[in-house]
Write a protein of this length. Structure first.
Length: 282
């Protein structure tokens, strides 16, 4: 018995080649993702999720949280910043200060690009209350086509990034057998009052506010496809009643990097116990 996912037969040779040193794994790109949360009057704690379009090269059709790769310009030290410093974020995620700055900036930037949720405000004590309208959409498009940096966007708007609205949650690295790999830090954040999360990403074809336990159930019964990091995060969040409870949680950030093994001639992806229970045993 193997706790984890049975891999397609065509991956067995790749697993063997990587384990034997005949094939070098693809380097993992630094990335950030944000679980945006809200308290619903009837349904309780909910997370915002997007379903990736089926034409995507990585995780087609998967339900995910907003996020993406670090952009080199996320390191811009001139960016307006309020809240815990990059050094403090570095200690939380065991990253050096420049990388920590990039991760926090990528988390806020990508969330805005994909959902119009913006964790920034005119001061360190305020947050933007509405991001709808043609002018905001023009700014979002400028970020997407890289004609404007995130620092430039905030400066134009007279805003500062609110790093205090984020909390560190977990850290996952894509297995070495994958042709696309990401070294991803997961954040959690409350949905800012007055803002609305929208489906504005060309990478998604459906969005949903969903209770973590409901999302886990849908993934477990095969209704929704999710990658192990997403499923593990949701299963952890299912243990909390409110957004405030999540944000107040004490977290020790553990790095998870599932490994592939050959067992009785079959290739498997071995998963942590926290998530393997939701997949059929090999």
């Amino acid at each position: 018995m193997v706790n984890g996912l049975k891999l397609p037969p065509q991956l067995r040779e790749r697993v063997e080649d990587i384990r034997a040193g005949r094939l070098e794994p693809v380097p993992a790109r630094d990335a950030a993702t944000v679980v945006v949360l809200r308290d619903h009057d009837r349904h309780g704690l909910q997370a915002f999720m997007l379903r990736r379009v089926r034409s995507m090269a990585f995780a087609p059709g998967a339900y995910v949280f907003p996020g993406g790769s670090v952009d080199p310009r996320d390191a811009d030290a001139a960016l307006g910043w309020a809240g815990p410093s990059p050094a403090e974020w570095g200690r939380a995620f065991k990253a050096d200060e420049p990388l920590a700055r990039e991760l926090v900036c990528a988390a806020v930037r990508e969330t805005f690009e994909e959902t119009l949720v913006l964790l920034a405000g005119p001061t360190g004590e305020t947050v933007v209350d509405d991001t709808r309208g043609d002018d905001w959409e023009a700014d979002r498009q400028a970020l997407l086509d890289r004609s404007r940096s995130f620092a430039g966007f905030l400066e134009k708007r007279g805003l500062v990034l609110r790093s205090d609205l984020l909390r560190p949650w977990t850290h996952w690295i894509t297995p070495t057998i994958e042709p696309k790999r990401y070294d991803t830090r997961f954040f959690v954040a409350a949905m800012p009052e007055g803002q609305r999360a929208r489906d504005v990403s060309t990478e998604a074809d459906q969005v949903a506010w969903v209770r973590p336990e409901e999302a886990v159930e849908r993934a477990s019964n095969g209704e929704w496809f999710m990658l192990p990091p997403t499923l593990a995060t949701l299963s952890e969040l299912a243990g909390y009643a409110t957004v405030a409870d999540v944000l107040a949680a004490e977290r020790e950030i553990v790095v998870h990097e599932p490994i592939a093994e050959i067992v009785d001639g079959e290739a498997y992806l071995v998963l942590p116990e926290t998530v393997s229970q939701y997949y059929p045993k090999g």
